[in-house]
Design a protein around this ligand. Structure first.
Ligand SMILES: Cc1cc2nc3c(=O)[nH]c(=O)nc-3n(C[C@H](O)[C@H](O)[C@H](O)COP(=O)(O)OP(=O)(O)OC[C@H]3O[C@@H](n4cnc5c(N)ncnc54)[C@H](O)[C@@H]3O)c2cc1C
Length: 262
């Protein structure tokens, strides 16, 4: 109340009519899966509300697990796909816990020296790291999504990154084309002859693969690097599962074969 009196004119505090005690916990489950039981959301990880990411992270867990469960239950994917849930999501939970705890220490740890807390905020790279870890869209599964060792490295967003959205100059957004429950094979504009390759992939994986041939677009080149006929396979949760040039499409086919049963 004294703070309000000191800093704000014309605001007075009335009587507190309701209050509750709020406690915060920091917990992370050792494992997110045991047999057919999966932990997601607060059951798998809880932390301070500072940063406001708890629910977002919980929904991303569900988003990551949902399509994998659906494909395995339908018999379209191998059960090993389910192991990738913990491999991909537990590190994200660790990141969010670090960011939330670190912000909690700055904003809510009463009794700690204010100078020291302020200095932390000015540590080089601190703000960027904490914002990235808290933002909910900066997570990447780069280190966890399997890819062949002999795949050529290409510029632009990497395998395991969240596929970036963009507006086409011709109208419509890229995400409009990804709004379904399947993988999307995005064929980038280019002059190379990849029609037989795309046809083959479409035929083989027709039940789970939608093909989108994208128009030439400056926004697309900017967000996805040189496009020149490249193939991007976007997972149902919007993350890039694979990318290659058309002449390495056999590696994409082998990777899909490793995951899918059809
Ligand atoms: C004060 C506060 C502010 C927050 N602010 C934000 C914010 O700004 N942004 C954000 O992203 N997140 C925020 N969060 C975090 C967010 O609310 C949680 O991360 C999120 O609600 C967790 O969702 P959940 O489905 O995993 O768990 P819950 O929402 O806890 O759902 C679990 C459900 O299971 C039920 N249940 C428990 N046991 C059983 C049982 N044995 N049988 C049947 N049902 C059972 C419970 O009743 C509950 O309905 C905040 C949390 C708090 C406490």
């Amino acid at each position: 109340m004294r703070l309000l009196d000191h800093h704000f004119d014309g605001i007075t505090m009335g009587d507190v009519v309701w209050h509750s005690r709020w406690e915060t916990w920091v917990r992370l489950a050792d494992t997110f899966r045991q047999g057919n039981v999966f932990l997601a959301g607060d059951a798998a990880h809880v932390h301070s509300t500072t940063g406001g990411q708890g629910m977002n992270c919980c929904m991303q867990d569900a988003f990551n697990l949902g399509w994998k469960l659906a494909l395995v239950l339908k018999g379209y994917a191998r059960p090993e796909l389910l192991d990738t849930y913990e491999a991909e999501r537990r590190p994200v939970a660790e990141q969010v816990i670090w960011a939330a705890s670190s912000l909690h220490d700055i904003f809510m740890t009463h009794g700690k020296d204010i100078g020291q807390r302020t200095r932390t905020m000015f540590d080089p790279g601190y703000t960027e790291k904490v914002v990235n870890y808290c933002s909910g869209v900066a997570y990447t599964y780069r280190d966890y999504v399997q890819k062949p060792a002999d795949l050529t490295e290409l510029n632009g967003p990497a395998i395991g990154d969240r596929a970036p959205d963009l507006d086409f100059e011709q109208g419509g957004a890229l995400f409009d084309r990804l709004r379904h429950e399947y993988f999307t094979l995005m064929a980038m504009p280019g002059d190379c002859d990849r029609a037989p390759v795309i046809e083959r992939l479409q035929r083989r994986f027709s039940r789970v693969l939608a093909v989108e041939t994208l128009p030439r677009s400056e926004a697309l080149s900017k967000r996805y690097g040189a496009t020149d006929g490249r193939l991007f396979c976007v997972r149902p949760d919007g993350y890039i599962g694979f990318k290659c040039s058309a002449d390495e499409a056999h590696l994409l086919e082998a990777t899909l074969e490793g995951v899918l049963t059809i």
